[in-house]
Design a protein. Sequence first.
Length: 342
Amino acid sequence: MTVCSGEMAPPHRASTVERLARQLRVRLLGARERTLTRRLRDRPDAVYLLVSHHHLEKAEQLARLKRRSRARFVCLIHDLIPVQYPEYAKPGQAANHLRRIRNAAAFADALIVNSGVTRDAMQGELDRARRALPVLVAPFGTDLPATSGDGGPPLTRPYFVSVGTIEGRKNHLLLLNLWRQLATELGDDAPLLVLIGQRGWETENVIDLLERCPALRGAVIEHNALPDTEMVRLLRGARAVLLPSFAEGFGFPVIEALALGVPVLCSDIAALHETGGDIPEFFDPLDGPGWRAAILAYAAPHSPRRAAQLARLDGWRPPLWQDHFSAVGRFIDEVAAAPPIP
């Protein structure tokens, strides 16, 4: 028996996750502690799977769960970014996330992570807790919807897309400063920038540029919420997807773009190398001239650099949600059959 709590994917992927979870006979529920303990008690093969960081900060409840039931506790760790880069987190979030990570290291019988980068970041806390846990690296998958229509570019000018919450670590400020420069120098010949994502926290300088910079009017298009089909339509017509992040645990936009056959220009950081392999072009997130040169090269009608990346992309197979859940299912079976980790 496996009891699963939490969310394994962004909200626009929830239906896919729930369907695949049912195929694994995993139930998504928000059980109260007493009810949960009763369900897990007296079941030697019981596994409690927590796939969200929520509730991981509750050490006393996790300790009671372990003490009062025979269940194995398995949790999914998405990243350690608030601990590693507290400057990009909300006030208090770094300390709270550190509690979650240390509770996972102290109470879990096994861990699932989305990347080798997350596994390596977690290893320090496992060493600190003096616990040797089985860790499964199970990359997240993609299952983007098809689009309707002829599939032609939805914008008449060449454009680039950046997908992600507008927050400090995503480095939107670099893109907006570049686009202000391009728009000032090239006018209507400048490519367009399409931002897809909600506005996050502590991004006043980015919001000021979006709302008050005259040069960006007409050069930058912002979508705070889009149906999946519209997002896919925009991605398909883009010259490239841009991801100049300072830190990532996985990098969903990379696999989503590559799965659609769209080139990627992204930061030269370990998580994006792991996700994208040798297909994208990588740049230091502070290398403004490098990003500018690449954007102009990819915007050209017959871009050799863009064609070279498309050639590298030929035959690439994206990770799928089914692959993820198959690996997780096998791992849970192994954990359920193994003795508890002291």
